[in-house]
Structures are given as structure tokens and as C-alpha cells.
Design a binder for this molecule. Sequence first.
Ligand SMILES: Cc1cc2nc3c(=O)[nH]c(=O)nc-3n(C[C@H](O)[C@H](O)[C@H](O)COP(=O)(O)OP(=O)(O)OC[C@H]3O[C@@H](n4cnc5c(N)ncnc54)[C@H](O)[C@@H]3O)c2cc1C
Length: 392
Amino acid sequence: MRQRIAVIGAGPAGLTFARVLHRHDHAVTVFERDAASDARPQGGTLDLHKGLGQLAMSKAGLLAEFQALSRPEGQAMRILDTDGTVLRDWPHDPDEDANPEIDRGQLRDLLLGPLDVQWGRGVTEVVPGTPDGVLVRFADGRQETFDLVVGADGAWSQVRPAVSSVTPHYTGVTAVETSIDDVDTRHPGLARLIGDGSAAVYGVNRGVVAQRNSGGHVKVYAQFRVPLDWHTNPDGQAGVDADIDTGSDAGPDPAGAEALRARVLALFDGWSAPVLDLLRHGTAFVGRPLYVLPVGHTWAHVRGVTLLGDAAHLMPPLGLGANLAMLEGAELAEAVAAASGPDDLDKVVRAFEEQMWERAGRWAKFTTAGLERLVSPDPAEAIALFDEVHAS
Ligand SMILES: Cc1cc2nc3c(=O)[nH]c(=O)nc-3n(C[C@H](O)[C@H](O)[C@H](O)COP(=O)(O)OP(=O)(O)OC[C@H]3O[C@@H](n4cnc5c(N)ncnc54)[C@H](O)[C@@H]3O)c2cc1C
């Protein structure tokens, strides 16, 4: 069967879909809004779970390459009190390979491999049901038609309106991200505090998580419950424009980022020096209000269009989104590669959607409840959540 297939978005979902189709000798066109693979930093580290992201890598024929690059020691986790005292310490067990970490940039390069991505091709609209198939309109004014369009274009998907009118809503929690380079040589005290993997600190309605990436790079995330207009309207007063990423294309603003650091530090007033140093020594600051789609988001099936990953089921970032996105990409690709004609293609896409909705619904419920407990009025709830996860 040779159908015209397009995937929109070269994130974990879209690239895994394309890579598995490529492995099955099936042509697919990948359209990505970014101008090039290195147009923007890819962000922090991802842990790929054995039955999810690692299974997807295996379906893509990339498990050995993943294992060579990934960091099993990154599974180490500790929880600190706001004064820096270690409350829980789960060191890395050398026999444990359930969730090794990999930098997002490394993962993207692995998945890209031989794929021919059309960079700088942002999609603006998808129109199903035209006489020649599904019409895709691009920001550059061009348009093309396909038999199947897969929307893997993330939280603010431009494909989603073709199947669903639902849009993401704010969770009440904002994350601010910063980074520290060469932590082992420049900040050995912080390196010891973080350990081999991640360290987290929880207070009332707020927390700080520091995660090692490769090469001594550390990503630090401060999370807190605030109104959405917190960055422009703190305490009801006019504020400065911070570098807040709401899914728009706003560029970095160093002055805004400095103001954001000061504002974040004020929120953590009273926490001890070693913990606050994670924020004080951070370089660029970026704010990310956490948005989600409703738990159990589904849609009436539309022939020729489907969604994967965050576009289908954006959920709180508790370590599952990329894993689900990749497994969905791999599973849909296998089903599409095995389809015997246009009607069969439609049938397998329908069946895939049912399976995706069921699994994603379960994880969306879990991560939504998890965010409530991690950023909660009672910090003991966050620790209890980690105890439960480590016991299971
Ligand atoms: C701070 C943070 C930490 C996280 N940590 C983890 C973790 O440890 N483990 C985990 O599993 N998940 C994690 N997640 C969640 C994870 O990042 C997402 O679930 C995952 O990236 C979703 O993959 P995706 O391919 O569906 O979407 P995305 O990664 O968002 O990729 C979408 C792609 O589509 C492109 N695009 C967007 N719009 C268009 C358009 N109109 N036209 C063309 N291209 C377009 C984008 O440029 C992008 O390349 C985390 C999220 C955050 C915010």
C-alpha cells in the first residue's frame, strides 16, 4: 500500500512515527516549524521507560544506540528539605535499567538519522474531506494534500482543530526553568547536593527540582501555584515583561529573564542557601505556565487525520508525555505500514485512536493527581508520592 502520509511536528512523537515507517520502507513527509534541527535548544533530559519510550526505540531499531548514549545513573533521586537536609536518597542501582535518562537533543539526533525533514514548514490549517484528500496549509502560503495527516505538533497543535474544538487550560502551576553549566567544576557543592541524577525540594505550594543532563549541565525547575498573570501582575501590581513561554514565538528577553529570577527567588524566601543557590547560579530564566488538555480527551473520528502525543493528550510533566508520544508514534507507524488499502488504513487509525485514548486517559489521571500532590499545601504529600512510586 502506498498512501500519501504527512506528519506535522518533529518532536518525539512525529520523529518516532516517521522513523518506524522508514524502517518499514514506507514513505512519509515530516513538516517541522523550526527552521533547522538546531534552531532552538531542545530542553532538558528525558527518562525513557522500559515499556514505553524504550519499547518505541526498539520498534525503531534504535535501542542499542539509545543504550550507548543514555545515562542509567541519572535514575538516582533524592529529596531534600528546604534547609538542604537529605530526607530521601534512592541511589542508582547498577542493575537497574527501567528509566535511563537521555538529553532531548541526543534523542532528537538519534531519531532524525536518515529522515528527510522539511524544516521551516509551519502548518497553519488542516482541512479534511477535500476531493483530493486532506489539505494542509502552510505559513509560507503553500498547500499540499495527503491521504493521512498525523498531528504531532505538540500542545498548541494546528492540526487538532480539524478533529477537536478542545484547547488546553492552565493547571494553576507555573514552572520556571534555568540551567547551570559545568556544575562539577564551577559549583562542586551544588554537584554534591544534586548527586548523580535528580534532587527535589518541596515546600508549601512550591518546589525546586534539579536534574543532571550530560556533560555537567544541570536543568533547574522551580514550580509554584500562581495565577496565570503572575509574571505581569505580581500581587496585583503592574510587573515587568518576563521571558514567559506560553507557546508563542516570543524571543528571549535578558532583562525580563533577570526580573524573573528576582521574582522567583522572592517566592522561595526563607529557603536555605544551598537550595536557593540552584536558582541564584542559574543562567537564562524561562517561565512556562503548565497547560493541559482535559483528562480523557477524545474526538469523533475524522477520516484522514489523527493526533499523537501532546497534541492529543497534553498532561502535567511528570515524566510520561514523551514516553507516551514515542510509543504512540511507533504503534501507529506499525499499524499504518501493515494496512492493505485506504479503507484498511482508516480502520487501523480508528483502532489506534481507541487504544491511545484508553492508555493516555489512565496516565493523564495519574499525572493530574500527581501534580496536585507535588505542588500542594502539604509538602509531605510530595514525599509520599515518591515513596509510593519507589515502592511499586
Ligand atoms: C519541563 C518539562 C519536563 C518534561 N519532562 C519529561 C520527562 O522527563 N519524560 C517525559 O516522558 N516527558 C516529559 N515532558 C513532557 C514532554 O516534553 C512532552 O510530552 C513531549 O515532548 C511531547 O512530544 P510531542 O512530539 O507530542 O510534542 P513536542 O515535543 O511539543 O513536539 C512538537 C513539535 O512540533 C513542532 N510544531 C509545533 N507547531 C507546529 C506547526 N504548526 N507546524 C509544524 N511543526 C510544528 C514543534 O516545533 C515541535 O518540534 C516534560 C515536559 C516539560 C515541559
